[in-house]
Design a protein around this ligand. Structure first.
Ligand SMILES: [Zn+2]
Length: 376
């Protein structure tokens, strides 16, 4: 149990240092493994990845990515280290290659934000056709007054109350699916708003697209796992498949021996425009349809899927974003707003962290076994 908790890093720097230290251990089995670093800003923030070809034949590749949503990278780092400790020793280096990516969004991880330094939600930035259309999601205008207010927070309690009242009113009049879809799908016209997808590919996005294309072109079979936190039930991680995955969630749950598999569509989870896993599916369908591919996201739920979580999760995000851009009068409150936000994406409770690793382990094991990556 103590070891499980030690998987969760305290800082971006400690997490990156630990990741880099894995190179020597990985090289014991994959002699040609390399560590690469791409600087993302001047203040020593970088995307780091370890890549290794298979020793005899590039049959299979395991791609594991974390921290696309900065602050979610702490849990992602724990899962990545668990994978390296527990599963790399069980892969066959003669036929299996690796691409392990530490923190796609290092600025967000370092500064405990979901977005990158340009306020861009990178998981709305992976548009296959580069259609950064500011008129996309017109319904966003009807909720932005509540979800992206443009004034400083004057009175915390009153602002909170007003947010809850408005949210419940939206829920009652528009329904959960519609509200969720409008809020979460992404928007391309308010650069200070939530789920802003930008107007072009970000440097982080371009780098990842290159890495994915290289890995997919070099191997016959690709398994990709991407780590996220925030949505879904608190004590049961959700495997969230791409809307472009044609297999049913039920069939995947059976195949993987994992209880909770959903697809990223409005019926089962929520829809996303510019999603990274969708991009990988589009890349595969358009350029490498002869290969075998499975790419998915692990979503570790935090505040839960009851009403308190459904309203409380966006509440924590809205206040953090409003504080960042517009400030607050009361000097004691920023710490509380940041704490609520941190709990939404990097929960501190020991029991949560232990269950998260157990769920991640069960899902990794089930997927690698079903896809033929484990030898037993
Ligand atoms: Zn995420």
């Amino acid at each position: 149990m103590k070891d499980t908790l030690a998987l969760f890093p305290e800082t971006y720097e400690a997490s990156r240092e630990r990741f880099r230290q894995n190179l020597n251990i990985i090289q014991e089995r994959w002699g040609g493994a390399t560590l690469s670093t791409q600087q993302i800003s001047d203040d020593d923030l970088s995307i780091d990845w370890i890549a290794a070809d298979a020793l005899d034949a590039n049959e299979k590749v395991l791609i594991f990515t974390t921290g696309e949503h900065g602050v979610e990278g702490y849990v992602g780092s724990a899962m990545l280290q668990h994978l390296i400790d527990e599963y790399l020793p069980r892969l066959d280096p003669r036929t299996t290659g690796l691409l392990l990516v530490h923190s796609i969004n290092p600025w967000g991880m370092k500064h405990h934000r979901r977005v990158n330094a340009n306020n861009i939600d990178l998981n709305r930035n992976f548009l296959w056709d580069a259609s950064f259309d500011p008129t996309f999601n017109p319904e966003y205008d009807s909720i932005k007054g509540v979800y992206d207010p443009t004034k400083p927070i004057q009175n915390f309690a009153l602002s909170k109350l007003s947010f809850y009242v408005s949210s419940l009113w939206f829920l009652a009049t528009q329904g959960f699916a519609k509200l969720n879809n409008t809020f979460l799908i992404g928007q391309y016209r308010n650069p200070q708003g939530l789920h802003y997808g930008g107007e072009d590919y970000e440097p982080e996005t371009r780098l990842l697209i290159d890495l994915y294309r290289q890995a997919i072109s070099a191997y016959d079979q690709i398994v990709h796992l991407d780590m996220h936190t925030g949505y879904g039930p608190r004590y049961q991680m959700s495997i969230v498949n791409s809307a472009l995955e044609t297999g049913s969630s039920k069939s995947f749950a059976e195949k993987f021996g994992y209880p909770l598999v959903v697809a990223a569509n409005p019926e089962e989870f929520y829809a996303i425009h510019g999603d990274m896993v969708d991009y990988i599916y589009a890349l595969w369908q358009n350029e490498f349809p002869e290969k075998k591919l499975f790419s998915t996201a692990f979503e570790f739920g935090t505040l839960g899927d009851k009403l308190s979580g459904i309203v409380g999760s966006p509440r924590a995000m809205v206040f953090e974003n409003r504080l960042f851009w517009h400030g607050i009068k009361n000097e004691r409150l920023p710490a509380r707003i940041k704490h609520d936000f941190e709990e939404l994406f990097n929960p501190s409770a020991d029991d949560w962290r232990i269950k998260a690793v157990a769920d991640g382990d069960q899902a990794i094991h089930g997927i690698l076994r079903a896809e033929g990556y484990l030898e037993e």
